[in-house]
Design a protein around this ligand. Structure first.
Ligand code: CP
Length: 311
């Protein structure tokens, strides 16, 4: 097996097509492992991984933990709630103390942009970004791309619409970097207040007309309206947002053809997407979650055990 080695995964900005392809190809092998009666390989035996979650998570936290266990790694989980951070310990001291217990890989989610980069410069363990503020969420974009490769069969030239709250979305940023590198066409749609101007320099199109965007795309990736990060005045009201940018069955029917529907979760049902669509025939939302385990196995394997064979 051809193998690319890398030390950290901090984001998809600047990550080459070769590396992304290697991760997705490795994830394909792990999808096969996950179908076995005993879905476990010894690839990371003797490797210790610490999952440091300073922000809430369901999918990413469980997915990383499952991926690590499926690879036979030793796993420790840290949540800032109930930790010594409540006594004033810093993130760096926390990470250094955990590393002193001979941890090889740190998976980190944090509300501050750049927290994984900060750690990567200061500790010896490999660092994987599991979502940093509004900056990047690289494994989410990788699992989205793996899902698309399976569902549509290609990324090159694929027309992907990213819909909704782009301003606060690390998922959008990582998807833009990854999809553009892999040759997809990307259009962003949402209210002007939720699309930062600088994204146009990343080679994407921007529209505020959802019906036109749906007429163009093959895939729509719907983003959660991040209610906890909204400042006053960004949207007139939830009702207004839903009316202009909510993905409804009526809108999908108006588009008149099959469009793959994605969402990173968690979903605000009835706001950015209706249940009819989220649970409908074109939705791959739960497949994304399934593929997430294989992608995280691939990332861990290439960072911590890439020279060993998958047995
Ligand atoms: N997609 C995602 O990051 O979900 P969680 O916040 O539940 O991890």
């Amino acid at each position: 097996m051809r193998q690319v080695r890398f030390n950290h995964l901090l984001g998809l900005a600047g990550v080459s097509r070769e590396v992304i392809t290697e991760i997705l190809d490795s994830a394909e092998a792990f999808l096969e492992v996950l179908e076995r009666p005993i879905p476990r390989v010894p690839s990371l035996r003797g490797v210790t991984v610490a999952n440091l979650f300073f922000e809430p998570s369901t999918r990413t936290r469980i997915s990383f933990e499952l991926a690590e266990k499926r690879l036979s790694a030793d796993v420790v989980n840290f949540s800032s709630i109930g930790s010594s951070m409540s006594k004033g310990e810093t993130i760096l001291d926390t990470a250094r103390n955990i590393e002193a217990m001979k941890v090889d890989v740190v998976v980190i989610r944090h509300s501050a942009q750049g927290a994984p980069h900060f750690l990567a410069e200061r500790i010896n363990a490999a660092v994987i970004n599991a979502g940093d503020g509004t900056h990047e969420h690289p494994t989410q974009a990788l699992l989205d791309m793996l899902t698309l490769r399976h569902q549509v069969g290609r990324l090159e030239g694929l027309k992907v619409l990213i819909l909704g709250d782009i301003l606060h979305s690390r998922v959008a940023r990582s998807n833009i970097w990854g999809l553009r590198t892999m040759g997809a066409e990307v259009t962003l749609c949402g209210p002007a207040t939720l699309i930062p101007r600088e994204v146009e320099s990343l080679g994407v199109n921007v529209t505020h007309n959802l019906d036109e965007a749906l007429a163009w795309c093959e895939v729509v990736n719907v983003l959660r309206l991040q209610l906890e990060r909204q400042r006053e005045g960004l949207i007139p009201s939830l009702r207004e947002y839903q009316r202009s940018f909510g993905l409804t069955r009526e809108r999908m029917e108006r588009a008149g053809r099959e469009i793959v529907v994605m969402h990173p979760g968690p979903i605000n049902r009835g706001i950015e997407i209706d249940s009819d669509v989220a649970d409908g025939p074109y939705s791959v939302i739960l497949r994304q979650v399934t593929f997430g385990v294989a992608v995280r196995m691939a990332v861990l394997y290439l960072i911590a055990g890439g020279e060993r064979v998958i047995e």
